[in-house]
Design a protein around this ligand. Structure first.
Ligand SMILES: C[S@@+](CC[C@H](N)C(=O)[O-])C[C@H]1O[C@@H](n2cnc3c(N)ncnc32)[C@H](O)[C@@H]1O
Length: 454
């Protein structure tokens, strides 16, 4: 490495955990990210890579020079470490919560006055209502798993403990059924094959929806044979085929057809019954999402009269919009995904909330048009990880609500957007955090901002 300017071997004590699960310690002003070193642990490490742009290095342990941290636990999943997911699984759950809070403190800085404790998941296991599997070819047939980090190799993830148990059970059947039907695993490099991904959703009653993501070259008879076998599982409510010939890594497309049974599961969201199909966004942790929505509603409607006009921007299937309407507000919900908007409209009608919810398919920036120019007392935004677009931020500021409640899965973008909202006169309250993804660095954050009167 021509740009290597520091010793290749040095001793490091980790003080915090990065998103990849590496312990980070300081070495003369340089941050050294060390694989399998937990905060509090010390080791002699060998530098493998140095950033040419920033004072950051990545290293492997050559010898441990301290006892293992008391918070170190054996990871629960067979593929932990290899599959690239759940990079914090080797840290005890209470320590994960503390590390998530520390991550928020570090990333949000002075954009919020304080960061509260992270509301824990009732259990760190079996919480995910959706499993996503990459399909690969193994020595003994198809493999259902995940790409190993920075590789096209598929690591089997059957036995994953973070998905609802029914998802793992159905995934094992899908693998057998697809194998027996002779479906050919898609090869990313050769861009050929039939079965690319399998997505399995589970509802609260233990029912499952199986989505087989295939190329347009997939043989219909083989696909049908696999679907027939999968539909025989007692938990499977439907099998859907989704065609995906894309080269950009996106798993989900809008091109779906039902092969067997139902095309959607039924979920209770904000007290209403919502159909969840193959493509719609749904928070992966049902119980924690419910707790989060309840808090968002309390913050958004605090001090507002019954019947206040509010907006839910980036509404998804409307978990927040439905809960706001049930609490008495009149809600404009904006969401880019038309299938989600249609499902939200049907759910609102079935729950007797149609009068209180206007669901609009469109970009977040079209807020004013969606609200038909009505004045909004509060706006909830729950954007994807990259945060608000400049146009969406401008639309929120132009609507000039007294209260903005920001729900974020990406703390970096949250910090940026909070600073922009502060520049527009909004004062941020404390950050409140919810753990919807134990075993990972992910944390869902809620911040209520108020525009002082006058
Ligand atoms: C983090 S999810 C939040 C969904 C919902 N609030 C919930 O809790 O289930 C973000 C949502 O924003 C939608 N979305 C992404 N970009 C958008 C845009 N430019 N305008 C409107 N919605 C968008 C996505 O389809 C997704 O449903």
């Amino acid at each position: 490495m021509a740009h290597l300017t520091m010793a290749r071997k040095l001793e490091v004590t980790a003080t915090w955990l990065d998103d990849d699960g590496r312990g980070v310690g300081d070495a003369g002003g340089r941050q050294v990210h060390v694989a399998d070193l937990l905060p509090g642990e010390r080791a002699e490490v060998v530098i493998e890579h140095q950033s040419p742009h920033r004072p950051q290095s990545w290293a492997q342990i050559s010898a441990r020079t301290s006892p293992l941290a008391r918070d170190r636990v054996p990871p629960g999943c067979p593929a932990a470490g290899a599959c690239g997911g759940c990079t914090w699984q080797h840290l005890a759950y209470p320590a994960q919560l503390a590390a998530k809070r520390a991550r928020l403190v570090r990333l949000l800085g002075d954009a919020v006055p304080s960061v509260g404790p992270v509301t824990p998941s009732p259990s760190p296991w079996g919480y995910r209502n959706k499993g996503k599997y990459v399909v690969g070819a193994g020595r003994d047939g198809l493999v259902l798993g995940a790409h190993a980090p920075r590789s096209h190799r598929v690591v089997e993830t059957l036995g994953c403990k973070v998905v609802a148990p029914v998802i793992d059970d159905v995934a094992r059947l899908v693998r057998r059924a697809a194998d027996r039907a002779g479906l050919v695993a898609y090869d990313e490099r050769g861009r050929a094959g039939e079965l690319r991904y399998v997505v399995i959703r589970a509802d609260a009653t233990g029912g499952a929806l199986v989505v087989l993501v295939v190329t347009s070259a997939c043989r219909a008879d083989a696909l049908d044979a696999a679907a027939e076998a999968i539909a025989g599982h007692r938990a499977v409510r439907g099998v859907v085929a989704m065609t995906n010939d894309r080269a950009d890594g996106a798993i989900v497309t809008a091109d779906t057809r039902v092969l067997r049974g139902a095309g959607a599961l039924v979920e209770d969201l904000g007290g209403a019954t919502v159909e969840v199909g193959a493509v719609e966004f749904l928070q992966v942790h049902r119980d924690q999402a419910r707790a989060l929505y309840a808090r968002v509603v309390a913050l958004a409607l605090d001090g507002l009269p019954a019947g206040a006009r509010v907006a839910d921007v980036y509404a998804g299937l409307g978990g927040i919009a439905l809960a706001l309407a049930r609490a008495g507000a009149h809600v404009t919900a904006i969401e880019a995904e038309p299938a989600a908007v249609a499902a939200l409209g049907r759910a609102a009608a079935a729950a007797g909330l149609a009068e209180r919810i206007t669901a609009v398919a469109g970009d977040a920036a079209s807020l004013a048009a969606a609200a038909s120019g009505a004045s909004l007392a509060a706006i909830v935004v729950d954007p994807p990880r990259k945060g608000l677009s400049a146009a969406a931020l401008a639309a929120v500021v132009a609507a000039a609500p007294r209260r903005v409640v920001y729900v974020a899965c990406g703390p970096e973008a949250l910090a940026r957007d909070l600073r922009a909202l502060a520049a527009a006169g909004y004062v941020a309250g404390p950050a409140e955090a919810f753990d919807l993804m134990p075993g990972t660095p992910e944390v869902e954050t809620v911040v209520a901002l108020t525009r002082p009167a006058g």
